[in-house]
Design a protein around this ligand. Structure first.
Ligand SMILES: [Zn+2]
Length: 223
């Protein structure tokens, strides 16, 4: 049989399969959670996780399992999960540290500063699971870390004119009561000369839950 004949036969074979409603990939399954189609390989079946065996795709199975057994030292920032392990000061040559042992700083929502040289990125939690795992904080720079080591309390000064740029400001006050005052449009940052001012720009990817109210915003709204 030559190449041409072989190809012709194969084509006919596939055509017949299609006619009989037989799919060549009987192991393609549909995830009962996200609806994604995935290939369920035979060799994994015996040892496969019970999550995947229960009809979830590998991604859903992985995150479901992760959320049911949350590891210690887990920190979540903007949906990204990291293991921020305690600082290793006596690194043995055989040890592998996360992030190549680079020093990193983290601050929790409760303003607890953490320094680590053993940070492991786990993965970004898919949107469909976000409701189960809230963010715990943010990475920050060294100067913010040091400032928080000295003093890690929130500030309740509702009328502070630097509050929208100060990480210490307890935004829950404003979320509850609305803005105490508006910021003059010609206000120069740090004009309050507060020794505890901690610039939000030192907190990586920090997004404030409140929208700054300045005189400019009010003027625009009144237009
Ligand atoms: Zn899925």
């Amino acid at each position: 049989m030559n190449e041409k004949e072989r190809a012709k036969r194969a084509k006919k074979f596939l055509k017949n399969l299609k006619r009989d409603g037989i799919t060549l990939l009987p192991r393609v399954r549909k995830c009962r959670l996200c609806g994604k189609k995935f290939f369920y390989p035979e060799f994994l079946e015996k040892e496969v996780d019970r999550y995947v065996a229960s009809g979830l795709c590998f991604e859903c199975g992985y995150w479901r399992k992760f959320l049911d057994h949350i590891p210690r030292h887990l920190q979540v920032t903007n949906g990204k999960c990291y293991k921020v392990l305690p600082f290793v000061s006596n690194k043995e040559p055989y040890m592998t540290l996360g992030g190549n042992g680079k020093k990193r700083y983290f601050v929790t929502k409760e303003l607890k500063p953490i320094m680590s040289n053993d940070v492991w990125f786990i993965g970004t939690i898919p949107e469909r699971f976000r409701y189960r795992l809230a963010d715990t904080g943010w990475f920050c720079n060294e100067s913010a870390y040091k400032s928080l080591c000295k003093f890690n309390k929130k500030c309740m000064e509702a009328g502070c004119l630097d509050r929208y740029r100060c990480f210490r400001f307890d935004t829950s006050i404003e979320l509850k009561n609305g803005p105490y005052n508006t910021i003059p449009s010609d206000w120069v940052l740090k004009g309050e000369h507060c020794g505890f001012f901690l610039d939000t720009e030192k907190i990586i990817d920090y997004i404030s839950p409140i929208t700054p109210i300045t005189n400019e915003t009010t003027e625009k709204e009144n237009d």
